[in-house]
Design a protein around this ligand. Structure first.
Ligand SMILES: C[S@@+](CC[C@H](N)C(=O)[O-])C[C@H]1O[C@@H](n2cnc3c(N)ncnc32)[C@H](O)[C@@H]1O
Length: 211
């Protein structure tokens, strides 16, 4: 499809192809956040809201940001239906225009990747700046195209994140961050025709050192 802007592209995705979600949080989020004391959380590219809703259910004050108003509206409705009140909030925002003020105890980005324009490195750097002292930054990303990817996506495989490019984007330094995990992990994923294949994700978990 052709879309004039990233907003139009993602609106179309959420109005047509991604009208539903699993209702389940990311396994990586559950694995990491279950061991943390709830505080303020920020999720970048929050989609239909499953991760923010799960965080709110665990006692976090969670804010999801996504460029798609449709996705945010759907997420808001789910959160309201679950009675989460102020604990789960969603805001339609183009992350390349900036992030909300304030600091967060947990900042997450799950597969914040796009076939259309996305100033991803700048967004990740800004996100890292929002992590409070002792707070955590969790970033997962597709690190290789799946077997069912289009030829165009396979041809751009070299542009996909590696652990090093992720750390560079964030502006990682050992003086400022404790590196809890920075590696390629493998998981099973299901393609559009139901084929299962092993997928590779880059998994970054950092904790900001207290000043
Ligand atoms: C590949 S999806 C991942 C969604 C979700 N985090 C997940 O793990 O399934 C990328 C998400 O980023 C959002 N997005 C893309 N560009 C964006 C931008 N410039 N600002 C805010 N959100 C954006 C899309 O609307 C979409 O929800």
């Amino acid at each position: 499809m052709t879309a004039s802007t990233p907003r139009a592209f993602w609106e179309d995705v959420y109005q047509t192809r991604r009208a539903t979600s699993s209702g389940q949080p990311s396994a990586a989020l559950v694995g990491v956040a279950s061991g943390l004391t709830p505080g303020r959380a920020l999720d970048l590219g929050s989609s239909n809201g499953d991760d923010v809703i799960w965080l709110a259910q665990q006692g976090w004050q969670a804010l999801g940001l996504d460029i798609s108003e449709t996705a945010c509206g759907r997420a808001r409705q789910k959160a309201e239906a679950l009675g989460l009140g102020e604990r789960a909030k969603f805001e339609a925002r183009d992350l390349s225009q900036g992030l909300p003020e304030g600091s967060f105890d947990l900042v997450t980005a799950f597969f914040l990747q796009s076939p259309v324009d996305l100033a991803r490195d700048a967004i990740l750097r800004a996100a890292a700046d929002r992590v409070a002292p002792d707070g955590h930054l969790l970033i997962l990303a597709h690190a290789a195209p799946p077997p069912w990817a289009s030829d165009e996506m396979k041809a751009r495989a070299h542009e996909m994140p590696t652990v090093q490019t992720e750390l560079d984007a964030i502006g990682y330094t050992p003086q400022h961050w404790l590196q809890l995990k920075a590696e390629i992990v493998h998981r099973d994923g299901k393609g559009p025709d139901g084929t299962v294949a092993e997928l590779q994700d880059s998994f970054i978990l950092l904790q900001r050192r207290a000043a």
